[in-house]
Design a protein around this ligand. Structure first.
Ligand code: PEP
Ligand code: MG
Length: 745
């Protein structure tokens, strides 16, 4: 059947005629009186596009909604239906214009692409019979060819105006936004799908050989991964690989692909067909465990496809449009930084949460970002137009022109507002009641530095040095580190910079510093724990910082401190390096200020010792909140379950403020809480006078500060926290306060 279809595809024919001959051909091959082809339109209706056997007058007239009748259910569930008597099925819906009442047996299969239903292909016959398994397979294989016809736009000529096909349908998806504004542009899939262009096999035996060789080498590569020394004998990493090995050896999976080849597809088209069927089922599954398992198959299919087509999965290599919106299931912070910043207008993730590092980095480099956009990576095609709205928490894929125009206006408005904020750049950050505050910015890359002047920040409150390690392909040498820090200090001029020593581990993966897989990386071998165990790395960094700061102040800060003894050990290392370098005639910094991040709860019970051991403290509210509430900051299912604006967390912060003021210890907060005008307002109300945030947040936070009476807020907020209800949220109180007092949020 596929051979004949291939000949039909090659002939020069008008699209409707080609469709008519295709359905006639399928009916003959399937020994059925009827073959019909329904296509899903943008309005969610399945329209009869061609038929052999039903009344011709029904073509482009007969229609069913998604989920309606047998055809609609097949499209909605992405599952075939094989019935000996269609009319006795509860979902059957009679369409008088088709004259189908004469036919009893019915076989319908979904037409799938990347797991999405694009239409339905049906055969019917008068005799009551169940079609054989082979027939179902053959129909599914044939439907691949029809999916290709739809996807390549061949049917456009027979589409009536206003009733476009689903492939071009605008879709809006709710997502989590982070107030980063609006981005307009074109989809760039971070992991572009392999496009299979050769669907039909010339030589079935040769294709079977190709498939078998590819599956075999896939298995070998998984066995290799499992036998690598850095894969622990037990634990999650091994379990995932073991599951992969099991699936790669799954006979059912291989049999399905072989069957598709025997039915006339090339090896890669067969892999794609089975992958598409799996995805179709995955989309409809709610059980997270099963979805996970099916997504393992999906990953394996991608590996096979790459191998069979020699495809390299780099979106960057293929060139970016000028206004690129990167779409990914998830990605690491370093991967985002691989893209040329000047082309990126936004980032859309299916996973991710506010304190995921990729989200932090996107915000730091001023890229609007939304996460939790379910299904976006399967629904979007490279080059589709897309709008992301980080303020209204929504993504519009292939938006209608009027919506796009409205957003273009919004972008212009946003630019104007940004101009207003820049007008505040040189205004002193003093509250309405005369309290001076310190608004600092977070940074970590050279690209951030121009923002220091542009934003009007008073300095860099958190310089995440690990970002330089994360974006480089090998360990930065001592000299490179020194040059980099020197560059940072020289650009900062007389403004202070607080360097945090590397915070590696957790979700901050540094590829060349691979360590064993951990069950709970956030609680694992990370940050100062890692650095103290790898003193060579720590010493190199300290030395580079000391040399880069010669003659000026060096502010150095230690991440993830759990007990004060870790600070003592680090300080000893610093003293030792100072002695060593001075002994070798190097000019030392004019002053060394030594600080700790307060982000592990155990420090709350060592506050006196802690304050005595440091020159300053910076609260890492992202991690502190994660550990206080035991909620993974990168897992969106739980990350916003509790709010930092709930009383318990604010009380923790207030305790820190009180202790710092009692001991005269300079205090800053540098987590994401500082960068949102409402939460920043809460921090000011708690008594923080120094906060560090992404550069884009400085303007909005300063506007809030200028309109705020801190004294009044502090009295009311602290009173509200003394309220005995421990779980209560202060959000409503803060919003009301802002409204009543005309505070710019
Ligand atoms: C924090 O934990 O709040 C913090 C600022 O550090 P990071 O986000 O880099 O872990
Ligand atoms: Mg942290």
């Amino acid at each position: 059947m596929l051979k004949r279809l291939r000949e039909l595809m090659a002939e020069v024919l008008e699209p409707q005629e080609r469709l008519d001959r295709v359905v006639a051909q399928i009916a003959t091959s399937m020994v059925s009186e009827v073959c019909s082809f329904y296509v899903l339109r943008a309005d969610g209706v399945l329209e009869l596009y061609a038929t052999h056997g039903l009344k011709k007058g029904a073509v482009h007239q007969a229609q069913l909604k998604m989920g309606q009748g047998l055809v609609g259910s097949i499209a909605a569930t992405a599952d075939p239906l094989n019935l000996s008597d269609a009319q006795s099925h509860p979902a059957f819906r009679f369409l008088p214009e088709t004259g189908e009442e004469k036919y009893h047996s019915f076989l319908g299969v979904p037409i799938l692409r990347a797991g999405r239903s694009l239409g339905v292909l049906v055969v019917q016959s008068k005799k009551e019979r169940i079609y054989a398994e082979d027939d179902v397979e053959a129909m599914e294989t044939t439907s691949m060819v029809l999916a290709e016809m739809i996807a390549t736009g061949e049917l456009k000529k027979v589409t009536r105006p206003g009733l476009e096909l689903d492939m071009t349908r605008p879709i809006s998806i709710d997502a989590d936004g982070y107030g980063g504004g609006v981005g307009l542009g074109y989809v760039v899939l971070h992991e572009p799908r392999v496009v299979v262009t050769d669907l039909l096999a010339e030589d079935i035996d040769a294709e079977l050989d190709r498939l078998n060789i590819a599956v075999k080498s896939l298995r070998v590569s998984i066995d290799d991964m499992l036998s690598r020394r850095d894969v622990p004998l037990e634990g999650e990493h091994r379990e995932v690989l073991e599951a992969y090995r099991m699936f790669a050896n799954d006979r059912g999976w291989r049999r399905k692909m072989q069957e598709a080849v025997r039915n006339g597809l090339t090896a890669e088209a067969a892999v794609e067909k089975v992958q598409s069927d799996t995805r179709g089922r995955m989309i409809n599954l709610s059980d997270p465990y099963l979805r996970e398992r099916l997504s393992d198959f999906d990953d394996l299919a991608n590996r096979l496809l790459r191998q069979l087509t020699g495809f390299t999965p780099s979106a960057i290599a293929t060139g970016l449009p000028e206004a690129a919106i990167i779409v990914a299931r998830n990605m690491g912070a370093a991967e985002l930084l691989d893209y040329p910043r000047e082309c990126i207008r936004g980032l859309v993730l299916e996973e991710g949460a506010v304190t995921s590092h990729v989200v932090i980095v996107a915000k730091a480099i001023g890229v609007p970002v939304v996460s939790q956009a379910t299904g976006i990576a399967s629904l979007a095609e490279n080059g589709d137009s897309i709008v992301i709205d980080g303020d209204d928490n929504i993504v519009h894929l292939r938006p209608a022109t009027d919506l796009q125009d409205a957003y273009a206006d919004k972008v212009r408005f946003q630019a104007k507002r940004q101009e207003e904020f820049s007008a505040l750049r040189d205004v002193e950050p003093i509250s309405k009641d005369g309290v001076a505050c310190n608004l600092l910015m977070n940074a970590g890359l050279v690209v951030d530095l121009p923002q220091l002047r542009a934003s009007g920040a008073a300095g860099i409150g958190l310089f995440r040095t690990e970002l330089q390690f994360m974006i480089s392909s090998k360990m930065p040498k001592a000299k490179e580190q020194e040059t980099f820090y020197r560059q940072v200090l020289s650009q900062a001029g007389n403004l202070p910079v607080t360097f945090r020593i590397v915070d590696i581990g957790g979700d901050k993966v540094v590829p060349y510093l691979r360590s064993a897989e951990e069950e709970n990386p956030a609680l694992g071998w990370r940050a100062i724990r890692f650095s103290l165990d790898r003193p060579g790395l720590l010493k190199t960094q300290i030395r580079a910082l000391l040399r880069a700061s010669s003659g000026t102040e060096l502010r150095i800060m230690i991440p993830m401190v759990t007990e004060v003894s870790e600070l003592e050990k680090t300080r000893k290392l610093i003293d030792h390096e100072v002695e060593f370098l001075s002994g070798h005639g190097y000019k030392m910094p004019s002053k060394i200020s030594f600080g700790a991040m307060l982000e592990v709860p155990s420090l709350l019970w060592q506050l006196d010792e802690l304050m005595a051991a440091v020159d300053f403290i910076s609260v890492g509210s992202n991690d502190l909140f994660q550990f206080i509430t035991a909620t993974d900051r990168g897992n969106a299912r739980v990350s916003d379950r509790f709010s930092p604006l709930d009383a318990p967390f604010l009380r923790v912060l207030r305790t820190i403020v009180e202790k710092a003021s009692e001991t005269n210890t300079p205090l800053t907060l540098c987590g994401e809480l500082a960068g949102n005008p409402l939460t920043a307002m809460a921090l000011l109300g708690l008594g923080f006078r120094s906060i560090s945030m992404s550069p884009a947040a400085i303007g909005p936070v300063k506007a809030m500060l200028l309109s705020l009476d801190i004294g009044k807020l502090q009295t009311e907020l602290l009173r509200s926290l003394r309220d005995t209800k421990s779980g209560h949220s202060t959000k409503e109180f803060l919003i009301n306060f802002a409204n009543e007092n005309n505070i710019s949020l």
